[in-house]
Design a binder for this molecule. Structure first.
Ligand code: C2E
Ligand code: CA
Ligand code: CA
Length: 846
């Protein structure tokens, strides 16, 4: 206690309360100063007191374990030599502050020359004299401070390293600027980026790297923010070191002092080029999308499956006739829908709800517009996008009003698959239906019937009464067919005068026959057109699926053969397919193959059969008949290739080759001074198709210098029935005018009528040999021949009897007034070589 003056005893006494006695105080005082217990709980402290002059007036010397010795005596002003000037000032400053002084960390010089870190605490008091004095402690914290300082240094170094790495590796360029906006620091990446040294960027140097187009805007923005102090966020392009520009985003915030004044701006510069380009591409593509949608008149329904948000585009509302302000709901959409289509939309909506929609779907729905109730066809096309987990994310449905297209399309489709006149399916559609039916029937082992109809008199009606009448006849037939056909029948107009029918209810020959019979009954009733009765015969060919064919095309061929047979057999009848028809057809096509070969090998030879005046036996002329030479079997008759005379291209070629030989022979005959009379050749219907048959033939006659009086053309009545009768008339008139006679062959067997005799310039009637062969016994035949002779006579035509095989026939014919004959009895067909030796008289040697 004698070691220092302690003014605090009084304070302590007071602190312990007035009740404490003097003895207690003494004891406490002793404890406070001397108890070794304190040493255990207190850090090693030196206590000191300084007076108002700053002189240390008391200090514990051998304080409890303050180990080092000071480098000098601190008492009085001695302490000043132990601390640095800076620490001294800090100490005085702390002592003089009005507030409670903060503990100070300072270094005190020690005897060993070390300056040890100490913690000095000070308390201000007023001494007995009334002047201020200071109580204080010194704590040696040298070891602790050293450790802390090391830790601190480590931490600092670590933090610096961390900072360096962040700055170096960060794609951003950090920068700072003063309150005036002058840049003071720029991160090292600035150099990498721009090729400009960071020092050059300081102040306003960085503006040199800014794209000229962005400069004014950037400067203006920066100065605005400098004056407002608000955080900066601006994008501009900077010039790169390798040329080119990149979009950068500069952001900065101001650090302020306690009064709010800006101390410094801290900022970053970030490369946003890719984002910016992507954004621009996105907005461009969005713009394009918007324009595309607009110009395509697409309505859009957009459903975000995640948020549940639904959007109806303006165009969709316009399409539905909805006002802009009306809330668009599913119920509303359903109410506009055609009742038959509602279930489809509901199913779609349910699929949406369950996430069960396919990635792409389409549906065409009918709606009634909300504003005018008009029925419109709307085609909807939807797309679903899904997350990686497969959950639907978004559904976009586009809507397009396709009413006009649909109407037009339907019209086009109808027109492409129907015959506009009879409104029946055309061949393509009918055949497609036939194929479907065949496939189904084959699978179900079922049968069905097919009928082909060919109107017999269409050609004649067209020719004689005009095309309106022909069309009326077609329509009348179509109507009757529709009226009579069973309800399951599929009808079609397959060509000019050809119709088809397929029906499962006509699945056996009896049913086909019964139906055909009813149809014949019905079509027989004449149809009135502009006051004229049109009658309409029809030939029918029928075939049964299963019985006659097991494929659609085979069935059609079978019915076609049956129809061909019907027509060949004299029309106006039903023929059901039989396998024999197929054999006949095969025979026909083998004849055509053969004829093609004959033509290409030039094997045609004309044989000449004389035509004779049966009264005198005088030769009147010849008919040139086709023969051909088979390499092994020798001479062949034209019957072996009869079908070729009906084949367009080959028939023409046969005529051409015949004509060439006949003209050559005729020339020789004439040159030899022999008169062969008139030589006839047989023309086919196909010869007239070219339209200039007569011209070319006359030209050839002229080339060979053959007078037309030596030439004759035989045609059968079939040439008046087929297509192109105009050309036939043209050619025959031409022949007639040029002096080439025209003979009507096989007269009496064809389908033509007597009007042909009036219509066409016919000079000769050739009575078919079927009427001649039985003429003496068959009075009917005799009557026909008699009639033909009289008919020819009244028209001023020559009548020739064909196939005269006996003297008796010749006499009989002469008796009927038929003087000209042709036949084996009068002369067989002979080759030119045999006929050539000039005969002494006009008679033919048998
Ligand atoms: P077609 O024009 O009526 O010719 C007469 C046919 O009767 C010839 O048969 C002839 O040989 C045959 N004939 C003549 N006299 C008698 C007879 O007394 N009794 C019998 N039974 N038959 C007789 P061919 O030469 O076989 O000709 C058959 C048919 O072939 C011809 O009938 C004709 O339609 C056709 N044809 C012949 N040559 C040609 C030709 O060059 N062109 C064309 N397009 N058809 C031809
Ligand atoms: Ca003939
Ligand atoms: Ca004949």
């Amino acid at each position: 206690m004698d070691r220092f003056v302690d003014h605090r005893f009084e304070d302590v006494r007071l602190a312990l309360g007035g009740g404490a006695g003097a003895r207690d105080l003494f004891l406490y005082r002793n404890d406070l100063l001397g108890s070794p217990l304190f040493e255990q709980v207190s850090p090693p402290l030196l206590r000191w007191i300084a007076d108002h002059k700053g002189q240390l007036i008391a200090m514990e010397r051998d304080g409890v374990g303050f180990p080092p010795r000071f480098g000098g005596d601190p008492i009085g002003r001695g302490w000043r030599g132990l601390v640095s000037a800076k620490d001294r000032r800090a100490l005085l400053g702390a002592a003089l502050t009005e507030d409670r002084p903060q503990p100070l960390t300072l270094r005190i010089g020690c005897a060993d020359g070390q300056r040890r870190w100490c913690l000095v605490r000070i308390a201000r008091a007023t001494g007995a004299t009334g002047l201020p004095c200071w109580y204080g402690t010194i704590e040696d914290i040298h070891e602790r401070h050293d450790r802390d300082a090391r830790l601190l240094a480590d931490a600092l170094a670590e933090s610096r390293e961390h900072y360096r790495w962040s700055v170096d590796l960060s794609p951003q360029v950090p920068w700072t600027a003063g309150p005036d906006g002058n840049v003071e620091e720029v991160g090292p990446r600035w150099l990498d980026l721009t090729g400009m040294a960071p020092q050059e960027a300081l102040g306003t140097g960085w503006l040199g790297a800014v794209h000229p187009d962005d400069l004014a805007r950037t400067v203006a923005t920066w100065s605005n923010h400098l004056s407002s102090g608000m955080p900066l966020d601006v994008e501009y392009r900077i010039h790169l070191r390798d040329g080119g520009y990149r979009w950068m985003r500069a952001r900065a915030s101001a650090r302020r002092d306690a009064r709010g004044a800006v101390l410094r701006w801290y900022g970053t510069l970030e490369d946003v080029h890719a984002e910016r380009l992507a954004q621009r591409a996105l907005s461009q593509s969005e713009e394009r999308f918007r324009l595309a949608v607009q110009s395509a008149r697409l309505g859009i329904w957009d459903f975000d499956c995640v948020t549940g948000a639904r959007t109806w585009s303006g165009e969709l509302r316009r399409m539905l006739g909805l006002p802009e302000e009306q809330p668009a709901t599913t119920e509303l959409a359903l109410s506009l829908l055609h009742p038959d289509d509602r279930d489809r939309l509901r199913a779609m909506l349910e699929a949406v709800a369950e996430g069960a929609l396919p990635p792409h779907f389409e549906a065409t729905l009918r709606i009634y517009r909300a504003d005018n109730g008009a029925l419109r066809w709307i085609r909807s096309t939807g797309w679903t996008t899904r997350s990686d987990g497969g959950r639907p994310q978004r559904i976009i449905v586009t809507f397009l009003d396709v009413t006009e297209e649909r109407d037009a399309e339907q019209r086009i489709r109808w027109a492409a698959t129907h015959d506009p006149m009879t409104r029946m399916p055309n061949r393509a559609l009918w055949q497609a239906t036939l194929e479907e039916m065949a496939t189904r029937s084959l699978a179900n082992k079922e049968s069905f019937g097919l009928l082909l109809f060919d109107i017999d008199d269409l050609k004649r009606t067209n020719d004689s009464l005009g095309h309106d009448a022909g069309d009326a006849l077609l329509c009348a037939f179509a109507q009757r067919l529709v009226a009579l056909a069973p309800s399951d029948a599929v009808l079609g107009r397959l060509g000019g005068d050809e119709f088809g029918l397929i029906a499962a209810s006509l699945a056996d020959s009896c049913a086909l026959e019964a139906f055909s019979a009813r149809l014949y009954d019905n079509v027989r009733a004449p149809h009135l057109h502009e006051g004229r009765a049109l009658d309409c015969g029809v030939s029918i060919g029928g075939a049964l699926f299963g019985d006659h064919a097991s494929r659609a095309d085979d069935l059609l061929k079978a019915a076609d053969l049956a129809l061909y047979a019907s027509k060949a057999a004299g029309r106006g009848r039903l023929t059901l397919f039989q396998s024999q028809l197929r054999a006949e057809a095969q025979h026909r096509s083998s004849m055509i193959r053969m004829a093609r070969q004959i033509v290409s090998d030039d094997l045609v030879i004309p044989y000449y059969q004389p035509r004779v005046d049966m009264r005198s036996g005088r030769l009147l002329g010849y008919e040139a008949l086709l023969r051909w030479h088979h390499p092994r079997m020798g001479l062949q008759l034209p019957g072996t290739i009869a079908a070729a005379f009906d084949h367009g291209e080959i028939a023409v070629e046969l005529t051409r080759q015949m004509l060439a030989s006949v003209l050559r022979d005729l020339r020789q005959w004439l040159q030899a001074g022999h008169d062969p009379g008139r030589v006839a050749i047989n023309a086919s219907a196909a010869d007239f198709a070219s339209g200039d048959f007569a011209e070319r033939l006359l030209e050839r006659l002229a080339q060979f210098d053959i007078p037309t009086a030596h030439f004759e053309v035989e045609v059968t009545e079939s040439v008046f029935l087929g297509r192109g009768t105009d050309q036939v008339a043209h050619a025959l008139n031409h022949f007639s005018k040029a002096g080439v006679r025209v003979a009507l062959d096989d007269f009496g067997t064809g389908f033509a009528s007597l009007t042909h005799l009036k219509q066409y310039p016919v000079d000769v009637l050739k009575i078919d040999r079927s009427f001649v062969s039985n003429i003496e016994r068959d009075t009917g035949d005799a009557a026909i021949v008699d009639a033909i002779v009289k008919l020819g006579g009244s028209f001023g035509m020559e009548v020739v009897a064909e196939g005269v095989e006996s003297e008796a026939q010749a006499r009989f014919l002469l008796g009927l007034g038929c003087v000209v004959g042709q036949g084996f009895h009068l002369g067989r067909p002979q080759p030119f070589d045999v006929l050539r030796p000039p005969v002494g008289d006009d008679r033919i040697r048998q």
